[in-house]
Design a protein around this ligand. Structure first.
Ligand code: KG4
Ligand code: ZN
Length: 365
């Protein structure tokens, strides 16, 4: 039996500076305990620009990283001597920010003589349901955020198979961009959901992208164009609410339809051992999306698990958990490990079936 492991996690890949301490109990079925999870958001700094500005993000991470780590350590009640390792996000993400968090993690590891674990941010998201839910491997995961839209069979650390990904925008990005055309603020997803609450989702006919198409990939660009066309010239509030509701339904439906296809593939591989559908990422906050996924899961006799929102969006507890599970398997990294702006979780599938051409314009995930 493994002894309990306590790990400090650090996350700086986008616009949240986060640190957390997670303890993994002894035994393979023990639930992790989040001893602290501190998040300093930079949201207000980026708001005037309508999106995250990489240079502003990196500078803001550097300003607060020490304080955030100190706060997470203090809150956890665990001294540095009680840690078994330090995990930091090493990519994918905005490289300046990733470098700040990874350098901080290396500094703690070096100063305290602790093993370092370089964590893939996507693996953090992939494992996040296990922070609070009963999600034994293997499970099917839909990761839907502003930067990612992927379906993964999660078998364990370093063992995620990508079943589908977006061929253009992520679902959160689609929510944000369409919200912008409706004159809503940034980030647009929550604002669009509020507007949609009073709208009629059947009012506007929008394209059902990839409907009936083989595979589990996603596409939202056609929906975005159609919604922009419909939004132009809409002045009355009722019509805007109807368009918001129609867009939300179209996105929720596509997520559910593609997930249903992934369920079939996942079942072919794992049979009854894998009948859990988990969701992660900021878009999981959306009620219509959750409802559509819960219905899909139930129709296929899958249990649906959705972690609390604080662990769906970017946080360091998921990085600490991924670090602790890696450490249990003896997977650590040298102190000269490099930060990576692009780092596919399933490198084999990313190489054998690339969705985007490599290079500067390639997908971050
Ligand atoms: O996971 P997250 O906090 O950050 C990353 O993108 O990594 O996800 C943020 C995304 C944004 O695109 C935001 O608009 C979307 O999640 N989002 C929502 C809702 N809340 C957040 N989209 C739709 N409905 C919501 N209620
Ligand atoms: Zn994320």
């Amino acid at each position: 039996m493994q002894p309990p492991l306590t790990v400090l996690g650090i996350e700086t890949s986008c616009d949240e500076t986060a640190a957390a301490v997670v303890r993994l109990g002894a035994g393979t079925d023990a639930r992790p305990e989040v001893l602290s999870s501190v998040i300093a958001t930079q949201f207000e700094r980026h708001r005037p620009y309508g999106g995250v500005v990489p240079e502003i993000a990196a500078r803001a991470h550097a300003e607060v990283i020490d304080t955030v780590i100190r706060a997470a350590m203090d809150e956890s009640g665990v001294g540095f001597g009680g840690l078994g390792g330090v995990a930091a996000t090493a990519g994918p993400g905005l490289i300046g920010g990733v470098m700040v968090g990874l350098a901080a993690g290396k500094a703690v590891a070096l100063a305290r003589n602790l093993p370092l674990i370089a964590v893939n941010h996507l693996e953090g998201h992939a494992l996040s349901p296990r922070l609070t839910e009963d999600a034994p491997y293997p499970y099917l995961l839909l990761l839907v955020s502003g930067g990612h839209c992927q379906l993964l069979s999660v078998e364990g650390v370093g063992r995620c198979t990508r079943l589908g990904t977006t061929i253009d925008d992520a679902a959160g990005e689609a929510f944000d961009k369409i919200a912008m055309t409706l004159g809503l603020g940034y980030p647009g997803g929550p604002a669009l959901e509020r507007l949609a609450a009073t709208g009629d989702p059947t009012r506007f006919a929008l394209p059902r992208m990839l409907l009936g198409r083989a595979g589990c990939d996603f596409s939202f660009s056609g929906l975005k164009t159609a919604a922009a066309r419909q939004a132009a010239g809409l002045t009355d509030d009722g019509a805007r609410a109807d368009l918001a509701a129609s867009v939300q339904q179209a996105i929720a439906r596509q997520l559910a339809e593609r997930t249903a296809r992934a369920i079939t593939l996942h079942l072919q591989r794992f049979g009854d051992a894998g009948r859990v559908l988990a969701v992660a990422g900021g878009v999981a906050a959306n009620g219509a999306v959750r409802a559509a996924l819960a219905a899909t899961a139930s129709a296929h006799d899958f249990r649906f698990v959705a972690p609390p929102l604080k662990y769906c969006t970017d946080n360091a507890a998921m990085i600490a958990l991924a670090g602790a599970e890696r450490l249990q398997l003896g997977l650590t990294d040298p102190l000269d490990v490099a930060a990576r702006p692009r780092w596919p979780l399933d490198e084999a599938t990313a190489l054998s079936a690339p969705v985007h051409a490599p290079g500067r314009k390639g997908a971050k995930a």
